[in-house]
Design a protein around this ligand. Structure first.
Ligand code: PMP
Length: 412
């Protein structure tokens, strides 16, 4: 049993929404996290004191907005272990989905030929699946799936069987948004690199829970969204190895991404601007920087320890309800963030509707992972997801509301 005090909660006061809604049990952080006051302040302060279109302006406000973006780039590069010199390899866009589309549509066609293979896991979010389906169709390549075992884990044997000489790209979620498992990203990288291929990581669900080090993982691309790591909506980040970003063509074209334009042609700006067509969400990027400051002020070690204790408590309490079917590993130590389940004989939409009446927010549906759910023999499920700002009271409220569902439907 953990010695962390998960009854006390020193964090909720940092999050105005949680602070002003003490009756809400918010257990849907995997969909989007709550934002601390520091992030809201940063957004407000940008618009009040720095608001101007960045990059092109030569007057003071525009320079400040540009500096805000550049500081965020530097910070993110260090935050994910790419190093401060890698600021130019941080590409801003709208979200993880756009980052993954960028890699699949701009990079993949430069390396994929007919008969090649792209290998992904069955637990990918649609954002890291559909772009690969499309590019494989366009290039005459084959999309190969690594399947998980009954614990939700991708085994060494499965990786060795599926990642081979034909594999040009492995694209995998670092942490599954349904099963909560951490995928063996580093090992996938070793296998695909041994054959001269590339590793693309969807970090949407890992960065809110784990300290990420892209050099240690030895991936070629890493994507995440600010809104999952306590930052604003509308800011996506793609990091890529410099030589790859440099060599590949742009994804979107237009203003801000060119060095010069003639009637029939254009010369691209260097990375990262080459991939940042149009006006960036400068305020959102500025506030993303504040979100990272906030995470650093708490520290991943403290966040991880608290979440592990919360997950253990959640799994234990859920285990006491005999009408619950757990989706994913039984061992809570294998999970980060997400705990999916079903109430026997009750549709997940009914479950989440009743929970909502009790002011308990969870998610129900296919979680943008339809092939995974079909593989697991279901169409939908419920998902409770935690962040470090949750506490035992949130989980007790979930359990009480589920007991109500059990009574209403005579489940079990
Ligand atoms: N990948 C995973 C694993 C996710 O959980 C999500 C968001 N649910 C995404 C990608 C897509 O993120 P976004 O909607 O911010 O593009």
């Amino acid at each position: 049993m953990s010695s962390i005090d998960i009854v006390a909660n020193p964090y909720k006061k940092d999050f105005p929404l949680l602070d002003t809604m003490p009756d809400l049990a918010f257990l849907d952080s995997a969909a989007t996290a709550q934002r601390p006051q520091k992030v809201l302040d940063a957004l407000d302060s940008f618009y009040k004191t720095m608001n101007a279109n960045p990059l092109r302006g030569l007057y003071e406000l525009s320079l400040q907005a540009t500096e805000g973006i550049n500081n965020a780039r530097k910070h993110i590069a260090s935050f994910i272990g790419a190093g401060p010199d890698a600021a130019c390899d941080i590409v801003f866009n709208r979200n993880t989905s756009e980052s993954l589309n960028l890699v699949a549509k701009a990079f993949a066609p430069t390396v994929l030929e007919e008969g090649d293979e792209v290998c992904i896991t069955i637990m990918e979010h649609h954002s890291n699946m559909i772009p690969w389906q499309q590019v494989c169709k366009e290039r005459g390549a084959k999309l190969v799936y690594m399947y998980c075992d009954t614990n939700g884990l991708i085994t060494e044997e499965e990786m060795q069987t599926k990642i081979g000489p034909k594999t040009k790209i492995v694209a995998a979620g670092h942490v599954s948004n349904v099963l909560g498992v951490i995928n063996p990203i580093k090992r996938m990288g070793e296998l695909v690199h041994a054959n001269g291929g590339y590793l693309v990581v969807d970090g949407a669900q890992s960065i809110p829970h784990l300290a990420v080090d892209v050099r240690e993982l030895d991936c070629d691309f890493f994507a995440f969204s600010a809104h999952k790591i306590f930052g604003p909506f509308g800011v996506g980040v793609l990091w890529g190895k410099h030589e790859l970003l440099d060599a590949m063509p742009p994804f979107l074209t237009g203003g801000e991404m060119i060095e010069s334009v003639s009637e029939q042609d254009a010369v691209w700006s260097p990375v990262p601007e080459k991939f940042e067509a149009g006006t960036q969400d400068a305020a959102g990027i500025f506030a993303t920087n504040a979100a990272l400051d906030y995470v650093e002020s708490i520290g991943y070690e403290a966040m991880e320890a608290r979440e592990a204790a919360l997950m253990e408590y959640l799994a234990r309490e859920m285990g006491k309800l005999d009408f619950i079917e757990v989706v994913g590993p039984d061992d809570p130590a294998l999970r980060r963030g997400a705990f999916s389940f079903n109430v026997k004989g009750v549709h997940p939409h009914d479950v989440s509707g009743i929970l909502s009446g009790e002011n308990v927010a969870i998610r129900a549906g296919h979680h943008c992972a339809q092939p995974l759910l079909l593989f697991l023999g279901m169409h939908t499920c419920c998902r409770a997801s935690i962040a470090f700002y949750n506490d035992t009271n949130d989980i007790d409220r979930l359990i009480e509301a589920l007991e109500l569902v059990g009574r209403m439907f005579n489940a079990g």
